[in-house]
Design a protein around this ligand. Structure first.
Ligand code: TRP
Ligand code: SF4
Length: 326
């Protein structure tokens, strides 16, 4: 009997994926493939909600996100990988749900006001941006997902999704399952300069970086400022290099580094060399797998997944129309 639970998650195609995206999402997505029926969506409509004025890179970004998803081990034979905008049923279900989703519920989503303040160079006082969490809800429920792997920042969106589902179920009959979040424990993975890893800070290590590029980025990293000279001891917890070690190095190596750094018996160059080696050990299999897909057409890779989701989405819409009597 095939009683696997359904997992659904999405990624916005807004630039080259980096190690932060892997540690915070993809790594977990790969693991979930073993035990769940997984749907992974490249949510290009969601990218539009804030980037509608700047759409020239979106096709290219879809391609690089897809390639990196496959490179890290999301297997299109095991998981259903697809492009959101190919599934027009999502738009129809979004419209139907717009009829009974109270404006107030969307207006009080914390990210709505925060983002408007933060992204003040963009006019995101739009229906599309307000509707972001509803669109996310539709992504999840159109495949009747039970479990949604997301980061801490998405918890409110999942609470809202459950409220919206309950509203539908009360109005038209118990139909959709209430999705629950599966929080990804995110190790602190800062960027090269100690701030959050982000392409806009230009401090990221990309999943598609070559071994040489990784070395070039790690070597000049600023370390604990106490270590002005080789003989000055340092404090690993005040060093962004050590934050990387926490995610990439073994317990034994970390112990040696703590001992060596605090007693000034290892230098920062040696410490960085260990990191470069370990980071490349993680990235090497990605590089190998990427070769297999590199020359393939994104549309061809996405075709089987798109076909599968479309069938599921069509079925959902038929049943919803019947329940809503339209
Ligand atoms: N809002 C999510 C993010 O910013 C992306 C997303 C869109 C998503 N639809 C989804 C995540 C459905 C999980 C499920 O990361
Ligand atoms: Fe950072 Fe390593 Fe240098 Fe210590 S030895 S300051 S942990 S780079």
């Amino acid at each position: 009997m095939n009683q696997k639970k359904t997992v659904m998650s999405g990624v916005r195609p807004t630039g080259l994926p980096h190690l932060g995206n892997w540690a915070g999402a993809f790594k977990n997505w790969v693991e979930l493939q073993k035990d769940y029926r997984c749907y992974y969506s490249i949510v290009d409509w969601h990218a539009l909600t804030s980037e509608y004025q700047n759409t020239k890179n979106i096709k290219q970004d879809i391609g690089s996100v897809l390639l990196d998803m496959l490179a890290v081990g999301i297997d299109p034979e095991k998981s259903t990988v697809f492009l959101q905008s190919e599934i027009k049923e999502i738009a129809e279900l979004f419209l139907l749900f717009g009829m009974f989703t109270p404006l107030g519920w969307l207006e009080r989503v914390p990210t709505f006001k925060e983002q408007q303040k933060e992204l003040k160079d963009k006019d995101i006082n739009t229906i599309g941006f307000l509707g972001y969490p509803l669109l996310q809800t539709i992504d999840i429920i159109i495949v009747k997902a039970n479990v949604v792997p997301v980061g801490e920042d998405q918890v409110y969106h999942l609470e809202l999704a459950r409220e919206i589902v309950r509203r539908f179920n009360n109005l038209y009959g118990q139909y959709f399952p209430e999705p629950i979040e599966l929080l990804t424990p995110i190790p602190k993975l800062p960027g090269l300069d100690g701030r959050k890893m982000s392409k806009s800070y230009d401090n990221a290590i990309y999943l598609s970086d070559s071994a040489e590029a990784v070395e070039k980025k790690i070597r000049p990293m600023v370390t604990d400022t106490r270590r002005k000279r080789r003989t000055d001891p340092g404090v690993p917890d005040d060093c962004p290099v050590f934050d990387f070690h926490k995610s990439f190095s073994s317990e034994e190596e970390k112990k040696e580094i703590v001992a060596g750094c605090t007693s000034a018996s290892i230098g920062c160059i040696d410490c960085k060399k260990i990191l470069i080696k370990n980071m490349n050990n993680v990235l090497d299999p990605f590089r190998e797998r990427r070769k297999k897909y590199e020359n393939m057409n994104a549309a061809d890779i996405l075709e089987p997944g798109t076909r599968k989701v479309k069938a599921v989405a069509k079925q959902t819409l038929e049943e919803v129309r019947e329940l809503m009597k339209i």
